[in-house]
Design a protein. Structure first.
Length: 508
């Protein structure tokens, strides 16, 4: 092949030195026809090597027809059960004793796919979003060590399409209340709301997929949108790549924040760690096709976001329920207690991400931590004290008492009380009611002082509390001599038999 240096020499000799075509042909050894062609070019072209004969493939030659037939058959096979280049290499080795390398097979497979028209990888168009106009939302999953145990958590990620700023938080589930809570936290993190948010066809937002881009949205999701005044767009079915920014962001944040696997005591601790990392990324990551950091572009975008509403949305799921004879209501495959006076009543439940609130009419009657296991009883001992006062023997086996997590001093006190008093359970229930009414801090200290002074009855505990309340003494500063061995006060019933004679002779 004649190089560019030769063409340069020919043109300079003719146009600069004035040499004739015959002389140049003699000097270079090229034909006069070729010399004329080079001189006649308006713009000199770089010579390209052209194959006059197709290269032979001594390694792959015997296998080309086999590979081609496998790829042609794949056209009638399910997408997830078609040959990959790696699988073709394995079959060639196993079935035909192929001795070449896997990289050689991969190159050959690419060429054959192009010839057969099988290489139909999707093409993309560069996009540019106006600041404040769009955001994308997606869920991801990750493993963390929570309180010493491995647990799967769900990652809620929202990414602003303009500045590329991101927000991520973690939940124990991807239910609708978590979906809403994630949005609320993201809006507060950004200090505003994007005009349009792009989603997959999530069940938490979409009730039914209609024709084309039309969707029948969930009523709760429409209420959420009406509160924050943004628009929703949904990807075509099975085309999550239409929101590729956030899909890539989920992977990026998981790799750069949750590797190595974090060990935390709570999700609150984990989410604080995530916020610290996000703040750092804002300052260091560069917005594509610019020289500005995310933080710099976000300051411009923040001014164009919709303002936050005066009050945040109540991010919960609300369901009606009826309490049982055991003073429990069923929610999300678990049972939660209510005060015994609301047994067999119709109530309604608000399930938040971390809490379960139970209402009777408009009155909040119970608050419990949210449980994401199944078949669990979440019981509050205070809800059962009125019943236990009438059925004190049930304290021995009451599940609410066993799982109440009372300080050890209460169990010690009850054990000694049972040795000294036949009605120990009743006395103890009264003490527990005193604890609920006046708070654990004071009663816990008074109980410890009572044990130090050998006071083992409710009246003594009540007397200690009254002295503390009236005199404003600290329980620790009260003199042990003043309260030691306080006797249990009892009134002996009077003898009324002397009045029986009045009943004789019809005197009544």
């Amino acid at each position: 092949m004649i190089g560019m240096a030769t063409k340069e020499y020919i043109r300079k000799m003719h146009f600069v030195e004035g040499a004739s075509i015959r002389w140049i042909a003699k000097q270079t050894g090229h034909s006069r026809q070729y010399i004329r062609k080079v001189i006649s070019e308006e713009v000199p072209t770089i010579p390209k090597y052209k194959l006059t004969k197709k290269k032979e493939k001594p390694v792959m030659g015997p296998y080309l027809d086999i590979i081609s037939s496998w790829l042609q058959e794949d056209g009638n096979r399910p997408k997830k059960q078609r040959h990959t280049a790696a699988r073709i290499y394995e079959r060639l080795c196993e079935e035909y004793g192929f001795s070449g390398s896997e990289s050689t097979v991969r190159r050959c497979v690419r060429e054959i796919k192009k010839q057969l028209g099988c290489d139909k990888r999707e093409l993309f168009i560069p996009l540019e979003f106006e600041l404040g106009s769009h955001a994308q939302v997606d869920w991801g999953e990750a493993e963390v060590i929570l309180q010493g145990k491995s647990q799967k958590v769900y990652l809620f990620v929202m990414k602003l399409s303009g500045s590329r700023d991101s927000f991520m938080t973690t939940f124990s589930s991807a239910r609708q209340e978590a979906f809403f809570e994630g949005h609320k936290q993201a809006f507060e993190y950004f200090g505003g709301i994007p005009n349009t948010i792009v989603y997959d066809n999530l069940k938490t937002a979409v009730a039914r997929v209609l024709q084309g881009k039309d969707r029948k949205e969930q009523d709760a999701f429409m209420a959420f949108k009406a509160h924050y005044l943004f628009e929703a767009e949904f990807c075509n079915v099975g085309r999550g790549n239409e929101k590729g920014q956030v899909e890539n962001e989920v992977g990026y944040l998981r790799r750069n924040i949750l590797v190595p696997v974090p060990e935390v005591a709570s999700l609150e601790e984990l989410n604080q760690l995530i916020l610290m990392k996000l703040s750092k990324f804002r300052q260091t990551r560069i917005v594509p096709h610019t020289k500005k950091t995310i933080a710099e572009v976000f300051q411009e975008e923040k001014q164009l976001l919709l303002p936050l509403p005066r009050y945040p949305f109540d991010c919960c799921v609300m369901v009606p329920a009826k309490s049982s004879k055991e003073s429990t209501v069923r929610f999300d495959n678990n049972r939660y207690s209510v005060p015994s006076r609301y047994a067999r009543c119709r109530v309604y439940i608000k399930g938040y991400v971390n809490e379960v609130n139970i209402f009777y009419e408009d009155q909040l009657i119970a608050i419990h931590p949210r449980c994401y296991e199944r078949g669990q009883d979440i019981l509050d001992l205070s809800h059962y004290l009125d019943v236990l006062e009438h059925k004190p023997y049930a304290l021995n086996h009451a599940k609410a008492f066993k799982e109440a997590g009372l300080p050890e001093i209460y169990h010690q006190y009850l054990a000694i009380l049972r040795q000294k008093n036949d009605k120990a359970n009743l006395e103890f229930v009264k003490i527990l009611k005193l604890r609920v009414k006046h708070g654990p801090e004071v009663i816990d200290e008074i109980l410890q002082m009572a044990m130090d002074c050998s006071v083992y009855h409710y009246d003594g505990i009540k007397a200690l509390f009254d002295s503390f309340a009236v005199a404003e003494y600290s329980p620790c500063s009260m003199s042990g001599e003043r309260v030691k061995d306080i006797p249990e006060f009892s009134v002996k019933p009077p003898n009324l038999s002397c009045f029986d004679q009045l009943l004789k002779g019809g005197a009544a």
